[in-house]
Design a protein. Structure first.
Length: 80
């Protein structure tokens, strides 16, 4: 679930989704904007879209690693 295995592809593991989320956070975004951008990016790269709950788990994962923060309704990369 967190890491890829022989049954879970990298793009579906939380660490892979988290990496995509971080790549899309070049500037501050709302949660809904970031989710929309992630879905569009996955469609453009011919990857399966993910459910909103899996997206939220990736945000929880990144927050626990202190890679992102949530301030005033916006998600931000740390050290920006």
């Amino acid at each position: 679930m967190l890491m890829p295995t022989k049954h879970i592809k990298t793009e579906n593991a939380l660490i892979g989704v988290g990496a995509e989320v971080l790549a899309l956070l070049e500037r501050e975004k709302t949660v809904s904007t970031l989710f929309r951008d992630l879905q569009n990016s996955r469609r453009d790269n011919e990857l399966p879209t993910i459910h909103f709950d899996w997206f939220l788990l990736s945000l929880d994962f990144l927050f626990s690693l202190q890679a992102i923060r949530y301030e005033a309704g916006l998600l931000k990369k740390m050290n920006q």
